[in-house]
Structure formats: structure tokens, C-alpha cells
Design a protein around this ligand. Structure first.
Ligand code: DQA
Length: 151
């Protein structure tokens, strides 16, 4: 199983950026922890960050046939980008939306995610641990809500 982790704008500043909201863990630390968890779960990962919307779109498009799951922290583009939503929809790769902060407990403009309707689910508000939960969710992304039991 191959999982592509994508990180959007300003996430390269984690550690120094609004630590009261995002914590003091850097993106490099998060990547290291994700790699550890992925190894334990026998998942192969690629971990990328860009401040550019078009770069993220290009990576999503190129993921087709290469990755089984995409995990995306689209950062501010979550709330603005029809292009990212269309790219996720176009490639049809199961995609998990994640955030460090609880976007629903913050400003109103963060409550709306344009990508949520084309994602399998959303992990939001667990700080750096949102990324670890996403590795675990990736492994089970095709699991049915009832564990596949017959009703
Ligand atoms: C974020 C939440 C977004 O609203 C914000 O624009 C970010 C980070 C998070 O991880 O909590 O840049 O995606």
C-alpha cells in the first residue's frame, strides 16, 4: 500500500507559526513520526509540501496509478480551492482530509471545506497526531462503517 501525504501553504512554517494553535512540532518532525507509524503498519509513504495550489493539483493528478490513498492537509486551500476538489474527484483515489487544529471550533470561514464532499472523511483537531491517525485510517480506508457485517 502506498500513501501520498500532501501539505499545503504555510505548513512549512510549523513549529514557529502560531504555536498556540498549531503546536511546536515541525513538519520535519511530523514526517519522521508518520514514517515510523507507516513502517510499523507496512505502508509506503511519500510526504510533500507546497505553497502553490497548482503544484498540489499536479501531484494529485500524477498520483493516479501510483498511490492507493492520498492524505491531504490542504491548509487554507481547504476553504477556497475548487481546483483541488476537482483534482481529487477526477483521480478517484480515496482521499483523507486532515487538519492539526479543529477547524470547526475556529473562525466561521474555516468551517467550510470545499474538499470534504470528495474525501472519505476528515480528521481534524488532534494536532500532530492527526497525521498518525491518518496513517491508521489509510490502512482501513475501504473498511465499511459497520466493519462489513451483514445487517
Ligand atoms: C489547517 C487549518 C486551516 O484552516 C489553516 O488555513 C491552515 C492549517 C490545520 O492544519 O489546522 O493553514 O489546515
Amino acid at each position: 500500500m502506498k500513501v501520498l501525504f500532501l501539505n499545503g501553504p504555510n505548513l512549512n512554517l510549523l513549529g514557529q507559526r502560531e504555536p498556540e494553535v498549531y503546536g511546536r512540532t515541525t513538519l520535519a518532525d511530523i514526517e519522521a513520526n508518520v514514517r515510523k507509524e507507516a513502517k510499523a503498519l507496512k505502508v509506503e509513504i511519500d510526504f510533500r509540501q507546497s505553497n502553490l495550489e497548482g503544484q498540489l493539483v499536479d501531484w494529485i493528478q500524477a498520483a493516479k496509478g501510483e498511490f492507493d490513498v492520498i492524505v491531504i492537509n490542504a491548509a487554507a486551500y481547504t476553504h477556497t480551492s475548487i481546483a483541488l476538489r476537482d483534482a481529487i474527484s477526477a483521480v478517484g483515489i480515496p482521499t483523507i482530509e486532515i487538519h492539526l487544529s479543529n477547524v470547526h471550533a475556529r473562525e466561521k470561514f474555516r468551517h467550510k471545506s470545499l474538499i470534504a464532499p470528495v474525501c472519505c472523511g476528515q480528521i481534524t483537531g488532534f494536532g500532530a497526531n492527526s497525521y498518525i491517525l491518518a496513517v491508521q485510517a489509510s490502512v482501513n480506508v475501504n473498511a465499511k462503517p459497520d466493519g462489513g457485517k451483514k445487517r
